[in-house]
Design a protein around this ligand. Sequence first.
Ligand SMILES: *[C@@H]1O[C@H](CO)[C@@H](O)[C@H](O)[C@H]1NC(C)=O
Ligand SMILES: *[C@@H]1O[C@H](CO)[C@@H](O)[C@H](O)[C@H]1NC(C)=O
Ligand SMILES: *[C@@H]1O[C@H](CO)[C@@H](O)[C@H](O)[C@H]1NC(C)=O
Ligand SMILES: *[C@@H]1O[C@H](CO)[C@@H](O)[C@H](O)[C@H]1NC(C)=O
Ligand SMILES: *[C@@H]1O[C@H](CO)[C@@H](O)[C@H](O)[C@H]1NC(C)=O
Length: 739
Amino acid sequence: LHISFVKLSRGYKYSTRQQNSLIKGVYPASPSSWLFVAIGILATMYMQSDPSMGLITKIQQHLPLRVHNGNVTLVFSTLLWLSLILALRFCLKLLLSYHQWMFEKHGRMSNTTKVWVPLVRLLSSRKPLLYSYQSSLPHLPVPAIQDTVSRYLESVRPLLTDPEFKRMSDLANEFESNLGNRLQRYLKLKALWATNYVSDWWEEYVYLRSRGPIMVNSNYYGMDFLYVTPTSVQAARAGNTITALLLYRRKVNREELKPSRVPGTVIPLCAAQCERMFNTTRTPGVETDVLQHWLDSEFVAVYHRGRYFRLWVYRAGRLLSPREIEDQIQRILDDASPPLPGEEKLGALTAGDRIPWAQMRKQYFSSGVNKRSLDIIERAAFFVTLDDEEQGMRGDDPEGNLDRYAKSLLHGKCYDRWFDKSFSVVIYKNGKSGLNAEHSWADAPTVAHLWEYTLATDAFQLGYTEDGHCKGDVEPSLPQPQRLVWNIPAEVQAQVSSSLAVAQALADDVDCHVFPFREFGKGRIKKCRVSPDAFIQISLQLAYYRDRGGFCLTYEASMTRLFREGRTETVRSCSNESCAFITALESGETEEECRRLFQLASERHQNLYRMAMTGAGIDRHLFCLYVVSKYLGVESPFLKEVLSEPWRLSTSQTPVQQMNLFDLKNHPDFISLGGGFGPVADDGYGVSYIIVGEDMVNFHVSSKYSCSQTVSNVSVIQTQKARMFILALSILKCWFYAD
Ligand SMILES: *[C@@H]1O[C@H](CO)[C@@H](O)[C@H](O)[C@H]1NC(C)=O
Ligand SMILES: *[C@@H]1O[C@H](CO)[C@@H](O)[C@H](O)[C@H]1NC(C)=O
Ligand SMILES: *[C@@H]1O[C@H](CO)[C@@H](O)[C@H](O)[C@H]1NC(C)=O
Ligand SMILES: *[C@@H]1O[C@H](CO)[C@@H](O)[C@H](O)[C@H]1NC(C)=O
Ligand SMILES: *[C@@H]1O[C@H](CO)[C@@H](O)[C@H](O)[C@H]1NC(C)=O
């Protein structure tokens, strides 16, 4: 019976896949439209008129066999139908390549846009599957080299003195007129055959080839609700969270998830990043890591108190109920067996440098029990840590505890998360949850989408019984979760210790500060007709200016998912205009003048953001030119300098994408805290923020204790930093709402 069930469910999976690829393959038409075309043609044939204008008879004459007239007609209608689909898709692609609408103000649409909007609606509104739009998405264009260079120079103008700028301009002009053109030709050649001229190199050179620890440097985290914990029972929280994640996985596999769109429009965004969300790990290599993905994975890997377990989440093709998963997790929590020698801190290998881990993996984990156990972790749907600590905004020191919570999600004890997995979920002893995501397979918005769904499904759909347990039936004879077996030799244990030392030093150096800002939010900012993102970016620069007495190269992540397989682009959000505003504000210019400059700065920021989104950025193009120069073995002093400039302020907004899942009216406390990441430069800040509802912005600020430019007294830094950022926002607010 078991086997036939499995077969049935496999059969089901197979047929839905076939079905989906048909539906996707003919998008924007539907499979049933074939019937219409065929019937239409047959009907006209019947009426003695030939809609093919002689083509059908011609086809018939050229066939070697005598084929029935009706059959030829059917073939003809199919061909006609297929070419109609191709034509529709081509039109959709053309329409989606138009981006001018983004630069137009509300109510001042150009005539082109006025025609364009209904056409896009018409072609893209049929109910799509997750990947339906993929083949209609435009390719990311390669900008002209002059454009990129002049945008670059414009972006560094406010950061350089006149002689420095002169030097940089000379370098840039020299590059533009000589080597640049040659590199550009190769890059254009690549753009012809590659789906996206940036993404494969970006994934490889920025993420997979980096040899330092990925913990803190590359992985990032997502947090639970701020004020509430839906249950304080650890096993129950794990039960619902794991169920919700698996429900999301099912939606991805069946392509039932709706493709993301540019907020407030029908413009689809690329969905390629969903493909490697589950069943995925990053495996270390000596020169480069690789992302591995499995098509089959019916279990999760669980870590608790130094031991690893495999937990099957399906039983005879049926997803376990949340209550069953809770019970299984409880069995793991109740298991008192001690870790095997070397097992407890094994995860530190994934937190330290990559090369030693690659060597250890090859030598000691490629056969026998170690291979079997490592396979289970790597092939798991995802990784779960049952943490022994309590976390969240709680206790006598809620603010300090919030910071410790962030640190715990970012690096934990450096060995109790599996940093290589596409993501690890952490469930704390008091029921708080969170996740740590690896960065190479996708960017934060994709993970945030998954996490929003998980939090909302956990709290509102699945829910808990009155005593805080999961709901659902329980089959009594579930097998015990399987303890993984290891045979860790002394050499590996020694490497675990040194990897741990590297990771621990890195972790100890990270200063995290998380704070909800509740004085005002998106609502008030929008009332003043300013983009909330521009407002926050300008205030971050003001904060930095007050902290360090100057401006710095500022990185703001934006996405290029309007294009196929697009990932991110940098908005260099410190602009001539923002500096002009801050300088004026700090030197006590008149309010009217400040207001005018602020307006200019915010418009400029929005423009930069839109340019980045529509493929007219600076940094990805220069990055790719740099990669080409490396392939050709030529040195470019200009590119070398550009790529080594530090980003002292690295910022990112986490977009809220599914506000409809949350009900802030009836459940105002179920507010997500967003997530954060480590500082990019040793002497810089990492700032992540999420704009929640109308009245709140949550900030996650990180920096390094070892940085000489910050005070080295821990207790002072944190409060100072918080004060600095809140102050900046407040200054802007006071000034902004002065009337
Ligand atoms: C064409 O269709 C007829 C029925 O309309 C069928 O008998 C015949 O086998 C078909 N095939 C070919 C190659 O003609
Ligand atoms: C747009 O169309 C309107 C009338 O529909 C016309 O008056 C106007 O000149 C057009 N604008 C442009 C820029 O073509
Ligand atoms: C991951 O594994 C599950 C369970 O075996 C499978 O159904 C699914 O298709 C896999 N997911 C992907 C994206 O390959
Ligand atoms: C930048 O600002 C400086 C001084 O405020 C000005 O001289 C310069 O023309 C501006 N550059 C651009 C590209 O706007
Ligand atoms: C750090 O700052 C706090 C508060 O200002 C002060 O009480 C403490 O003595 C300082 N610690 C050190 C090591 O300087």
